[in-house]
Structures are given as C-alpha cells and as structure tokens.
Design a protein around this ligand. Sequence first.
Ligand code: SAH
Length: 465
Amino acid sequence: MLLTISLKGKNTQDLGYLLHKNPYRAQCFDLNFGKVYVFYPEVGDEKTTAALLLDINPVDLARGKVGSEKDGLFDYVNDRPYVCSSFMSTAIVRVFGTAVSGKCAKRQELADSKLDLEASISMLPCMGDIEFVKEIFEPLGYEVYTKSYVLDECFPEWGQSPYINLTIKGKVKLSELLNHLYVLIPMFDRQKHYYVGSDEIEKLIKHGEGWLSTHPCRNKIIRRYFSVCKSYANEAIKIISENELQYEAEQNTDFEKAGENTESKKPLNKRRLDTVLEKILESGSNRVIDMGCGDGKLTKMLLDEKSISKIAAFDVSVQALKRTAERLRLDTLSDVKRKKVDLFLSSLMYLDDRFKGYDCACIIEVIEHLDLNRLRTFENVVFGYAMPKTVIVTTPNIEYNKYYGISEEQLRHNDHRFEWTRNEFDNWCRNVCGKFGYTVKTDGIGDFNESFGSPTQIGVFTKCV
Ligand code: SAH
C-alpha cells in the first residue's frame, strides 16, 4: 500500500518540515499491523514527494494479532496488504500526526497556507466506481485522475478490477489533505481493521471538522465510514449536522442580555455560574466534570479554585473546545494546573468511561439543546452510568420569557429544542430522582418575578446513600 504526497512550487523541500520527516533519511515505524516506511522518492526545488509505504503482515492479521481477541479478523488469503484501507488512515495519524493537526513549529505560516499538493493512492478499493470517487473528491476542490485495470488480460470477460489508482490535485492546506484522506480512504473500503467503537464518532468529528458537515455527500460518507454500525452513523450524522449550530450556542442569549436586570449589575450568565460554583463547593466535591462546557467559563472558574483537585470538561463541538483551551491558556499553564484538567471531545449521548470517577457533574444550559426524545439517553449516561454524588443541571425557565417579551411560539435561542416551565422542570427532576436514586433541590437564578419566577432554573441532585 502506497500513498505519495507531492508539493509543487518553490522551496518544496519544506514538505519535510511540514511532515516532520527529514527528506534525506528514510524512516521505519512499527505499528501493530506491520511496518510503515517514510521516504522521499523525489526532492527538488520545484517538486518534492514523500511516500508512505505500508508493509502489512497478512499472517499476523489472520492470526488475530491485530484488533481482535480470539480469532483473526481476516482469512489467511486476504487483500489487506495490497489495498488502501483503514490501515492507511491509522498510519497517517501515527506517522504524520503533527501535520494532521495543522501544526508546524518551524513553518507555521506554510502549514496555514493553501499549497499546490497532490496525493496518489495505489489500489483504492472503490468497486471500480470512478464517478463516485469524483463525487467525493471534487467538491473538496480537487482535480481527480484515476487509472483502472482489467482483472486479467487473458480473460477480458472478467471485466475491470474493483481497485483503482487515484491521484488528486488541489490547492489546499496539508492538514486538510491529510484529514480528507484519513476519513475518505476507509470510507471506500467497507472492511475496517478495528472494532468500530463510539470513540470513532469523536475521531470522525475531529478529522471532518470544517469540511464534512457541508460536503454534498456528507451522509453517504458517514454511513459508509461506519459500515455496518448504523447507530453510530446516525449519531454522527446528527452531531455533525448540528455542530455548526451548536457552537454558536450563546451562554447569555440576546433576550437575556437585553432583559439584563436592574437589581443586580451582574449579567445573568455570571450569576448563574457563581451560583453553580457555590453549590459545587457546598457539596464538598473535589473532582468535577463540566459536561457540555461550551467556551469553558465554568471550567476556568474551577481551575482557579484551590479546593478542586481534578476537572474534566468536554463538549460535542470542536470549536467550543478550542475556545475553552484558549480561555484556560492550556499551552502556557503550569504543570500542576495542566495536570488538573482534562479537556476532550465527547457527547452526552455516549457511555464514555471518562465520565466516571467524579464527585460532581455540571450540565449548565445544555439539556435544552438536546432533542426531547434523547433526554432519556442523557439521563442514563449521567445518572445511571457516570453516577456522581452530585449533579447540577440548569436550564431556562420558559415562564420568564414573557418578561423578555418573547412570543409563545419562540424560544430564547435558535438551537433550543425546548424550554420548560418551573413545573415541567420540577417534574422531570423528580422523575429522574425516582428512577436513579437521587434527591433534588430546585431553585431559580436571576431576578425573581412574582408571576414568572427567575430566568434560570437550577436542580442540585444528590445521590442517595
Ligand atoms: N455549559 C456552558 C455552555 C452552554 S451552551 C455554559 O454554561 O457556558 C450549550 C453547549 O452544549 C454547547 O457548547 C453545545 O456544543 C453543547 N452540547 C450540545 N449537545 C451536546 C451533547 N450531546 N454532548 C455534549 N455537549 C453538547
């Protein structure tokens, strides 16, 4: 299996910096399915080409050394060593990981620029469907060149081989090219070398950021990427199509800002987070997880709090996580503080084992972004699976919308799927307590109005012992 990447233009040896691989030294890496070689068949001022060659051991595969527990995933006679498949994606991230993430300490401006790049893939298993290959790569701005083969020249009636050689050319950033290949190569092949788990959704969101949500074949790509795991595909489609919207999610909606209270000068969002922090400290929690952390305002407050020893924060939106990382200044934090916080991409819809082991989980202004029919999954994940001693949930109080002058058909934010009255929130809280063995105290946050209550509702749940 061979992938070559060429840079054309001026000073093209800089490809070595971009890939973090010296053009004058061939390198070999051991991966669990075989060896990966990186070398440069061509180094020049106007064109430099890097090659990534995978040497897979078919016997290891058949014996189940890779990815399976007992028997091998593959028979002794298999096409894996010869076709471009998910092994190639794994190799790309292992060997060119920094380039995939778009970082290049020595030539950052180059990593951020669109360059004249070309990638060639040998033996792409696409069932000979060249039109489909074009449908996938052309919308991303590539020119597509393919070469097909007859299966056997002696037997023309056998027709064309299902494998093709593919070359794509375009003006793209190197990280874009690598992320496109990471997602799209295994999408052509239906056989994945590893068990598809829910962390695959995360990987797809990460590598598909900025292009997959708007690709005309988005759903087809996602379905094929997950192959037989249809539920993961459906979940990923939902998250990826909503992602753009979600990261726009504002902590203080325009209505809340406009109706900002006279009694207190503090914005509602600040009062909300101060109240949440107060409740966390009252509960005596040391380890706290901020679920759906948005741009990390609460996470930052927790980081500065001495009595909190461990913080995890996650969100389903890559953009939100980037903003959290910036707010926390993750790059420049002292070692002690850096170790205190774990920031990761995940979803409240998964049973993710990283959610376990915390004293307190905060879900602040998040549930109203979930479809009502997914609340049950959310409850199972937080109260049935993560099961922290304390859970703090906040959500808008729809009754207060009248005070903001919002009509009955409207909600506070475009992405809100529902908003509840105080009664509805109370009922939901009590129902959750009954199902999962918690007690709850509900209250309001923000200026109190006799008829409508307060703008935000809070529920502090405590696990029964
Ligand atoms: N808790 C933050 C952000 C609230 S905005 C704060 O109070 O400031 C709502 C956030 O929920 C968004 O960042 C959105 O991306 C996130 N979100 C929506 N659905 C999610 C899901 N299924 N899993 C995790 N986060 C989700």
